[in-house]
Design a protein around this ligand. Structure first.
Ligand SMILES: [Mg+2]
Length: 417
């Protein structure tokens, strides 16, 4: 078979609106996601798709800088690709793990297209046709244009959880916290659990809690049906210390995101559930390798969301499809988006799950009209600072945080649009 080699890399930043600005411990997504859509073109006419985030910023120039490194590279040579882009000692100077992820997605997409098989078939074969997702509950500012979508109070959060369950069928529910004082978030979390009895719950303040707050929050929810307690404090050592005081499985997507950290976690037995992110780990294949290590060690795994449009979502679906030890519903930000850049998108949830694509490659196709429309929206609105809060100018997050947003403050910040 003649070689299929990389000829060009095209990267296009797009802005896709969210229903409302979503808040997290470091700030907010300012009413939109900025994502960089990557197209890898080959010498023989294939085009593979990749996608990357970037904290509200455009990553196109970073991909342009990779083109000279990868011209002529055989897309089937995936281990060599990893070493070319993110050799671990070279990476001390030019950390390109997330760039590698997007190129790996595109190469897998091309291999699948060339062979006429879905990516999951290249990864050992799917074990399930659908991947279940949790509702991802965020505190939200009201949309400044429509005035709708605010989630700040306990009543608003419960109504939002009920609405998402009715619309998409979720049976697990994750609250993204670290925004308001822990006492307010605790009352909100317990209210959602009471409103949806028997369903799985998970709380994730992105490492913002002090050790003392994390102990008391954890002990106050031990009676609930918790899937896990996600990154309540920051750091493997603090998570290890916390487990002596809280009887809930601890999960992370922040401090076990590479193999060195996986080894440290194995030695310390700090975290029970490793949330595998196809971007943070540098691709789908590293996630599968990590899942194999976890299976051997008795560490649980699930699929993490760092924000996604349909291309990244497809990588999460293919990953979720092939993991024998997938123990929990995956997370996705996807249902907060109002649209997507793929044909037929947004993909639909049925019974809280999304069907794994079976078409060649990743099984999703770019909608050129939407790509152009949302690229234009990016040009119009520009980037946004993911790690700043539009409602609190001058504020920035400390770890642990002590300066929380005020749950009585109903103001709607301007978002520069
Ligand atoms: Mg998390």
């Amino acid at each position: 078979m003649p070689a299929t080699t990389i000829a060009r890399i095209r990267a296009t930043p797009v802005t896709v609106p969210l229903e409302a600005p979503i808040r997290h411990s470091n700030g907010a997504h300012w009413g939109r996601f900025v994502r960089t859509i990557v197209e890898v073109e080959t010498n023989d006419g294939y085009v593979g798709l990749g996608e990357m985030g970037g904290g509200g910023e455009d990553a196109a120039r970073a991909f342009a800088g990779l083109e000279s490194y990868l011209a002529g590279h055989d897309v089937f040579a995936l281990e060599a690709l990893r070493l070319k882009i993110c050799n671990p000692t070279a990476s001390l100077y030019n950390n390109r793990t997330q760039l590698h992820a997007a190129i790996e997605f595109a190469c897998l997409d091309i291999i699948g297209k060339k062979l006429g098989v879905p990516v999951h078939a290249l990864l050992g074969g799917k074990l399930r046709d659908r991947v279940a997702f949790a509702s991802y509950l965020f505190y939200r500012y009201a949309d400044p244009v429509t005035g709708r979508g605010e989630v700040r109070t306990l009543e608003q959060l419960v109504a939002h959880a009920r609405e998402l369950k009715a619309k998409h069928g979720f049976t697990s529910h994750k609250l993204k916290g670290g925004v308001f004082p822990p006492a307010h978030e605790l009352a909100c979390y317990r209210a959602v659990a009471a409103a949806l009895p028997g369903e799985g719950m998970r709380y994730d303040p992105n490492g913002a809690l002090s050790f003392d707050d994390a102990v008391h929050f954890g002990q106050a929810i031990e009676d609930l049906r918790n899937d896990y307690y996600e990154d309540p404090v920051f750091g493997i050592a603090q998570m290890r210390a916390l487990r002596d005081f809280v009887r809930i499985p601890l999960a992370t997507n922040t401090v076990v995101v590479n193999f060195e950290q996986l080894a440290a976690n194995a030695a310390m037995r700090a975290v029970d559930v490793v949330l595998l992110d196809t971007t943070f780990w540098g691709g789908i294949r590293p996630c599968i390798k990590a899942a194999g290590v976890c299976e051997t060690l008795g560490t649980q795994v699930a699929v993490h969301s760092s924000g996604e449009l349909g291309i990244q979502l497809a990588t999460m679906l293919h990953l979720g499809a092939v993991l024998p030890n997938l123990g929990y519903a995956a997370d996705a930000h996807y249902h907060h988006l109002v649209d997507d850049v793929i044909e037929g998108g947004p993909l639909r949830y049925e019974g809280g799950a999304i069907r794994v694509p079976d078409g060649p490659g990743l099984g999703v196709t770019l909608d050129r009209e939407k790509l152009a429309r949302y690229h234009e929206l990016y040009r119009e609105l520009g980037s946004y600072p993911y790690d700043r809060d539009p409602g609190r100018p001058g504020w920035f997050a400390h770890v642990p945080n002590r300066d929380w947003a005020d749950p009585a403050d109903a103001r709607v910040p301007a978002l520069g649009r």
